[in-house]
Design a protein around this ligand. Structure first.
Ligand code: PLP
Length: 387
């Protein structure tokens, strides 16, 4: 038999997060590897979803999302981030931010087009580019300088094949929040080379130290070239609901909507109704409380990592800490993260998952989106273990 899998599939690799989670389960440890939040979903959402199913909202919907949800997303994004959009024509509701990025890539990229990712990167951004046969290019963020980038390096990474730059703010895994100055630097290069900007803002409500989320599309000159991607997974603790969306100019959104139809037909029907209700009715202090509680957990985990001898790169946003574990023996970050798991029972993601080269080998990523008692337990274990 010579029947083989496609090249596309061959470029995908098994996520180390799954392998680490498996080992963590085997050992009965605390899983700070997975990027999921185990907090209960806000009651309003659960009740609205049950009501939507009972009311018979169980059939296909419009492929790019029901009008009620589109209107609710547009209202909230305008209110909270000054991100204005025409809900009828400039918005596509998809199956998660992951689905939104995939249809955006399918609509705008041809095989061989280059897309620049900042490194450390989020694995699905890279694998989505592989799936559409685009070519990733990388620009490093400097861990010693607050994960800044050098604009000369970004300029040097642009070639005649470059089509887009991805901005993930706040970023997974390093927690970087891109400043206005940085976004303007990226904008100037994008305008000069006529590039698309993809932004992944799924952690827009997880932002600390009195920083404010700045949606790149709101920066002057960006709206017509930016695809803004976000979703409900993280903010409402519903990663399994698969609800995300993108906004961009109308001609692009129309194409992305058609692709969304081809791939997903529509986002989950009753959950769209629940999401519309949650977005419309959630009191403003829901977001500020979540942010405050998340910041407390960040500080607890960073403090515990410091005391355990793993200096943390304190994140400005998102809900992960990259910590320096290089003092542990081992050939690579996988072995070092395993040592941490075996000695403390706390699972993390080896830094190599976020870099092409060896820069990640001295790092590991710890997630703090768990219930407070779990974070407290993880902190106790990290501090008590002797590494
Ligand atoms: N984008 C980033 C940067 C993420 O870290 C994640 C999840 O970890 C996602 C997107 C996934 O979003 P969704 O569940 O909406 O597909």
């Amino acid at each position: 038999m010579t029947l083989q899998l496609s090249n596309r599939h061959g470029r995908l690799s098994q996520s180390p997060i799954r392998a680490m989670s498996h080992e963590c389960r085997r050992l009965g440890g605390i899983n700070l590897a997975q990027g999921i939040c185990d907090l209960p979903l806000p009651p309003l959402l659960g009740e609205a979803a049950a009501a939507a199913i009972a009311a018979g909202h169980n059939l296909y919907t419009r492929y790019d999302g029901i009008p009620e949800l589109r209107a609710a997303i547009a209202r909230r994004q305008g209110r909270d981030h000054g991100l204005e959009m025409d809900p009828e024509n400039e918005l596509v509701v998809s199956c998660g931010a992951t689905g939104a990025f995939y249809v955006a890539c399918l609509a705008l990229l041809d095989p061989g087009d280059e897309v620049i990712l900042f490194e450390p990167y989020y694995g699905y951004h890279l694998s989505t580019l592989h799936l559409v046969q685009a070519a990733p290019a990388f620009v490093g963020l400097d861990p010693a300088d607050n994960w800044s980038f050098k604009v000369e390096e970004l300029a040097a990474a642009i070639t005649p094949r470059t089509r887009a730059i991805m901005i993930n703010t706040p970023a997974n895994p390093c927690g970087k929040v891109f400043s206005r100055h940085e976004i303007e630097q990226i904008r100037d290069l994008a305008v000069a080379h006529d590039l698309i900007i993809f932004t992944d803002e799924i952690y827009e409500y997880f932002i600390y130290d009195d920083l404010r989320h700045l949606a790149p599309a709101t920066v002057e000159g960006m709206a017509e070239r930016t695809v803004t991607i976000s979703g409900l997974s993280k903010t409402f603790h519903v990663t399994g609901w698969r609800l995300g969306y993108l906004s961009c100019r109308a001609d692009w959104a129309a194409a992305m909507g058609q692709l969304n139809d081809q791939i997903y037909v529509c986002p989950p029907a009753p959950l769209q109704y629940a999401a519309a209700e949650a977005l419309s009715k959630m009191p403003a202090d829901f977001y500020s409380t979540m942010r405050r509680e998340s910041e407390i957990k960040r500080d607890m985990l960073c403090d515990a990592l410091r005391r355990a001898g793993f200096p943390p790169h304190v994140p400005q946003g998102a809900y992960y800490v990259l910590a320096d574990i290089s003092r542990l023996p081992g050939r690579d970050s996988w072995e070092r993260a395993m040592t941490i798991l075996h000695k403390s029972g706390v699972a993390s993601v080896p830094g190599s998952a976020f870099f092409r080269g060896r820069q990640g080998e001295g790092l590991s990523r710890f997630c703090f989106a768990m219930e407070m008692d779990i974070i407290e337990d993880a902190c106790r274990r990290l501090v008590a273990a002797s590494f």
